[in-house]
Design a protein around this ligand. Sequence first.
Ligand code: IPD
Length: 280
Amino acid sequence: MADPWIDAYNFAIEIAKKAGAEIRKASVDEIKISTKSSTVDLVTATDVRVEKIIIDGLKEKFGQNVYCFIGEESVSKKGACILTDEPTWIIDPVDGTTNFVHGFPFVAVSIAFVVKKELEFGVVYSCFEDKLYKGRKGQGAYCDEESIQVSDNKDINKSVIISEFGTDRTPSKVKKICSTMERILKIPVHGIRGTGTAATNMCMVACGAVEAFFEIGIHCWDVAAGAVIVQEAGGVVCDVNGGPFDLMSRRMMCANHVDIANRVIKEIEIFPSERDDGQE
Ligand code: IPD
């Protein structure tokens, strides 16, 4: 049977690189910053412009009304993001906006494609490193043209774990995040890291640089592409309580192995966060 999504996959790679080049160019100009959900949840004119380049590019290539879109800066602004069974693009044009604003060189373009609520493929372009990560259901994961695999280390004491502080500064939540970090450090693990972009963090799990990454408060556009890449690199993606991964839940754990995931999960102090689809 002919591959129904091959053109979409190839074009996602092309447009992610084009978007990344725009981000690199914009990084040398004066950056216009606004805020979203809180004073530390940043958005720039580049986020908005690059998302438009991606969505317009996809519409021009495949037709105006062929696909649904969930984009961090456009669609999501209109309210809850409803994921239907229709083929849908989930886009974060600039994952790592705070990094972009501060010149911290980890910024990614994240593009995922979902069909019948199942992730079909994901593309993450780490644009300052010029590394393109991609994963397609049943077809493996790659960094540029090289196949990537998760780490085979199952010893938590020899592991490196990634997590992030996110953009919510509610004191009770900050306390839980810090307490979780402390508990993980004390397991002990080799270290805790964070690149400031969820998509890149997931690629670090996929290529074996770290054993796990988890975060509460991320959005579907931060993790959709990375989730396919981790799974196709041999890793696991689940909820922060060990249950099934739910793209709209704003909670995600991914790891090289279920044992590592479960060991880290024991230390996570979970706090509530509103879902992306507005459901209870
Ligand atoms: C953010 C990054 C960051 C994570 C935040 C996200 P953005 O995405 O992925 O690593 O900690 O929760 O919101 O806003 O830069 O696209």
